[in-house]
Design a protein around this ligand. Structure first.
Ligand code: NAD
Length: 471
């Protein structure tokens, strides 16, 4: 598999794909090693994670460099590798506090029976991840799954595979990990083989792929934790601070070139402040600098060529249907990389793709509303329900609106806070996902099945219990 470099447009890396047979073999190896891994105490597993943190730190610069080529983002890659180290530290601290299967106790419904409760991890968790934050989304589920005692078969995206080389070195430096955590290289076919071999799936990616994986998992009767796409709305009330809301909306729409699931993609502004809001955000959008010279600038090129095409199609569709362009509007080829400046659109409607389909690019389509009820109704008019934002200087009003939004998380007076806050549990609504939260304590606890040992302490009931006419 030849892999495109998003900065130059050149296919300069070769990915050797694992065959289904190789993936099955890895799964068998993991199952063997996991038996011992599960028997370790939580303190022993934490000690191994500590070792991995040390080896990851050693390879951090190398991984960040590879990630920077994968994504054409140097600063974000440094933040991403640092974020993983933070996540490791967080689970080193939190997992032992959470691993507390309840002590043996008498049953309330059958007092002569003692209940012993065991937590049994899924032996083999398959993790399948996308290209937009390749390292973070590969490890966000992997780390707590390992801490719970699961083995992990991890398949990152074929679009951004270079970082796997450094990551693999960091894993191989920790002998206790090599059996229970194995990387799979490849695309959809490799992903399918992971799904076929696992006992539970953690998938982050698009809705169409998530639906396919969900169907296979249902057929195989294994849980699928699906974290999918979004079309996050922001509601900007008349009393919102204009400086705060335009700064946050622009950063949330255009940060990481809009290639984040929790990017704001639909902006609903009270009509009384619409013109001022548009003027301000357009002025700010025009000041955003591009990293055409990779040593400076704020916004990199689009990573995935197919996505760049979709972004242009959505902009063209909106303009053809009467949208007004204030700035940006074109995906340009600069020295082989595909670049899109922050694009501000008004006069948009829900008949346009840019207001209904995931864009995954730095596009800021703005609509007005007359009443807060209309704003809520527009925000909820979507197949997605990942997250949202509300901007208001009246926090009661903001919370009241947030409570009515059909999404798993609402940032108030900011955008996309779920990319910073990992300890707030949240579920995706609608087609944005299904099953236990990856955030908060549930991110660890969801990897256990609860097993009850029911210990009779009295003489068991006999057949006389069923004697007709007995009391
Ligand atoms: P994608 O669905 O195309 O691919 C994701 C992964 O699935 C890749 O590793 C791919 O190889 C694999 N895959 C593809 N077909 C498969 C199949 N049939 N069986 C098994 N695996 C298969 O998504 P993408 O384009 O890589 O990522 C972008 C999408 O990810 C966007 O929709 C974005 O919103 C979403 N995303 C969601 C979150 C979240 O937390 N909710 C976070 C980041 C990205």
């Amino acid at each position: 598999m030849k892999v495109r470099n998003p900065f130059t447009g050149q296919y300069d890396y070769e990915l050797k794909e694992d065959t289904p047979e190789m993936i099955q073999k890895k799964a068998t190896e993991i199952r063997t090693a996991q038996k011992k891994w599960q028997q370790h105490s939580i303190a022993e597993r934490v000690a191994v994670l500590q070792k991995w943190l040390t080896s990851f730190t050693k390879f951090q610069a190398e991984i960040a460099e590879q990630l920077a080529v994968d994504t054409a983002r140097k600063r974000i890659s440094e933040v991403e590798t640092g974020g993983i180290m933070g996540l490791m530290q967080a689970w080193i601290y939190r997992a032992p506090q959470l691993y507390k299967p309840p002590a043996e106790r008498p049953s309330a419904s059958a007092p002569t029976v003692q209940i012993g409760q065991q937590w049994v991890p899924y032996p083999l968790v398959g993790v399948i991840s996308p290209w937009n934050f390749p390292l973070l989304l590969a490890l966000i589920d992997t780390i707590p799954a390992l801490m719970a005692g699961c083995g992990v078969l991890l398949k990152p995206s074929e679009v951004t595979p270079r970082f796997m080389d450094g990551l693999e070195k960091s894993i191989k430096a920790v002998s206790e990990l090599t059996g229970v955590l194995q990387l799979v290289r490849g695309g959809a076919e490799a992903g399918k083989a992971v799904v076929q071999n696992a006992d539970a799936i953690c998938f982050t990616g698009s809705v169409p792929t998530g639906k396919k994986i969900g169907a296979v998992c249902a057929e195989r009767f294994i849980p699928a934790f699906l974290e999918l796409g979004g079309k996050d709305p922001a509601i900007v009330l008349a009393d919102a601070d204009l400086e705060v809301s335009t700064d946050a909306v622009l950063r949330s729409c255009a940060g990481a070139t809009g290639q984040a699931c929790q990017s704001l993609e639909r902006i609903y502004v009270d009509e009384s402040i619409h013109d001022q809001f548009v003027e301000e955000i357009t002025t700010k959008a025009e000041k955003v600098t591009m990293t055409v010279n990779p040593k400076e600038g704020q916004m990199g090129p689009l990573i995935f060529e197919a996505q760049a095409k979709k972004i242009q199609e959505q902009i063209d569709d909106a303009l053809a249907k009467g949208a007004k362009l204030h700035t940006g509007g074109k995906v340009e080829n600069i020295n082989g990389g595909l670049w899109c400046r922050p694009t501000v659109l008004t006069n948009v409607t829900h008949d346009m793709k840019v207001m209904t389909e995931e864009t995954f690019g730095p596009v800021i389509p703005i609509m007005t509303f007359k009443t807060k009820e209309e704003g809520i109704c527009l925000a909820n008019d979507s197949i997605y329900g990942l997250s949202a934002s509300v901007f208001s200087t009246d926090s009661d009003k903001a919370i009241e609106i947030a409570s009515q939004l059909e999404v798993g998380a609402v940032s108030i007076n900011d955008g996309s806070l779920t990319n910073k806050v990992y300890d707030a549990e949240k579920n995706s609504f609608k087609e944005s996902g299904i099953n236990g939260s990856r955030m908060g304590d549930a991110g660890f606890l969801r990897f256990f099945r609860k097993k009850a040992l029911l210990i009779q302490t009295a003489h068991p009931e006999t057949m006389a219990h069923f004697e007709e006419g007995s009391s």
